[in-house]
Design a protein around this ligand. Sequence first.
Ligand code: NAD
Length: 365
Amino acid sequence: MGDTVRIGVLGCGRISDLQVQGYLAHPRARVVAVCDVDARRAAERASAWGADRVYAELDRLLADPEIDAIDVLTPHHLHAEQAIAALEAGKHVSLQKPPTRTVAELDRVLEAAARSGRVLRVFENFMHYPPHRKAKELLDAGAIGTPISIRIKTAGGRLTDGWKVDASSMAWRVSRELCGGGATTFDHGFHCYQMARMMIPAEVERVHAFIHWTKLAPGVDYDGPALISWRYAGDPPRMGSWEVIASLGMRVRSKYYVSDDRMEVHGTEGILWVNRCTGQLLDEPSLVLYRDGETRAFHDLETDWADSFRHGGIDFVDALLEGRQPALDGSEARKTLAFAIAAGRSAAQGREVGLDEVLAGGPES
Ligand SMILES: NC(=O)c1ccc[n+]([C@@H]2O[C@H](COP(=O)([O-])OP(=O)(O)OC[C@H]3O[C@@H](n4cnc5c(N)ncnc54)[C@H](O)[C@@H]3O)[C@@H](O)[C@H]2O)c1
């Protein structure tokens, strides 16, 4: 690795504007090339980010010797083959969540990473969101005793608000074949399942889910409302739940997608609340701690959802420069992916699903 990490962005769609913020902010990183099958979009992003090379084909991007790392930001059905090709071309890879549609696909990516000796990180931004990071720091310091329960709520709002999302960005998401599962309970869910694993340090063992598919238009189904619950392994008994509320007539204040995520972590001696993430549904402090009859609010945290992308980008560059593995590594991402698949399988088959069943592989995993 030279003095500067030279990044090539593969896929210049909706999320790419946020994804590059850490690279643009880092003094030792540069976005040097972009690649997208949509030439106009690629040219616009290259000009905005100061990238001097624009490619339409992955092969040409990967043949560019002056690129150290590829950030994969394409629809999910393309992730596995593109990440494997990038690793085989000798590039480090940041692969957007969910890394792949199945555990079997992810295993092929992990094998390619091991063969190449290059860094593979799966990017999940909620883990870099400053209120979440502060909550984790407080949990690890014992601020609420032993965490024993987590409850997450995602409220979807009316689709006419928020940022402009191109129809093409939604089209592949509502195809279970291309997305890998539901746009909410699989795609967005990867964040919430990761939070469940990050905030309570125990393995998720069993998952149960109710997922209702709401018809928005002919052929367009939205997977909400949904209620997903899980049990962690071992003692003390610990459980969690994630509720998706399809409040599609409600205004959700958001600069980004019209949904917001709130979280409550209950411990043996106190409670922590994170009151916002993607949007700004409520004007409460982003983080609140209750313990011993006293409530403490944190007002000095960065709270814009975009901050999570910036911190995540900076972490990737720092990790490459320092020669360390950035989060998420393959085995952690694999467990979160299995969690997401278990939820979908539970709802489809009307039964509780053990994570070991999904992690063991097989054609459906
Ligand atoms: N972390 C988050 O909160 C978050 C939010 C949104 C999206 N994402 C993830 O980011 C990724 C991209 O999502 P998006 O919303 O930006 O999608 P999008 O559809 O808006 O953008 C995808 C881009 O990939 C391009 N593309 C398609 N096939 C290609 C190919 N073969 N070669 C090159 N380019 C190709 C498309 O033209 C498009 O510009 C997905 O993995 C998604 O789950 C993450």
